[in-house]
Design a protein around this ligand. Sequence first.
Ligand SMILES: N[C@@H](CCC[C@H](N)C(=O)O)C(=O)O
Length: 293
Amino acid sequence: MTAVAAEKYHGTENDFIVVAADAPVADRAAFARTHCDRETGVGGERTGADGVLFLDLDPSASPVRVTMTLVQPDGSIAEMCGNGARITATWAARETGAREVIVETPAGDRHAVVRNEGVTVEMGRPSFEPADVPLARDAGGPLIDTPIEGLTVTAVNTGVPHAVAFVDDVDAVDLTAVAPPVRHAAIFPEGANVTLATRVDLDDDAVEGAPGAPEAYRQRTYERGVEGETLACGTGAVAVVAAARRTGRLDTEGPVRVSPPGGDLVIVVPDDGPATLTGPVEREFATELEVPE
Ligand SMILES: N[C@@H](CCC[C@H](N)C(=O)O)C(=O)O
């Protein structure tokens, strides 16, 4: 049995196994299915992971470049992952000493800056265009506050598709029950992540890790590829702010604090530039993982 070097990281509790792209893992989907399993996968504080990041570093480039391939627990490959990009930039910074990193993803190149107080990734411009989300051909236009399978959703692509629903209290919703019909709705030919958001009053909620963010939302996301709720989702946090702006719920580009169960993220969605995602990253441990036959 072959084993490969691996590390475990998390960004606001969205946790990933990191493996060098040249490691001898012929069947990446089988590797992810095995080691991400929440009951029998990689050990640590939480067993398993939300995915495996296969990283290919070019330390000679200026800024350094790293190609990120996220293989999810169901074996699928995601085009983008906000928290994964923050982890990738941190990993590249540890390997090279560089603070500025270009993360190459199937959704495009993402510029990242690694600071002690948090990692910021440029996330591209959110798009509501039906072809970009993508929506089914007969959708008839962008999906803005539209009833879909029991939720009122706004569909936006922030690197991956999200169906965002604003609700009175994210904690009062049985996400595992309401999300799957939306995630699999025919209007989303490639599926969608399902993200719930609730505006919160900062007077009632401490502003840790988000100095200067006068607006705040709580967030929960049911992720495609994980097929369950994760403790944080970076593309989902950007989707919350983009959808809040597009639907007239928010009249600032940010910074906006978005808090999934795993911690606080800071989001900016400008009118005429890429959105940014900022938040903490932690390296948990290094290990060796067996490559399934
Ligand atoms: N957790 C991620 C998003 C990962 C991709 C998603 N599951 C999909 O398949 O679209 C994030 O932090 O953005």
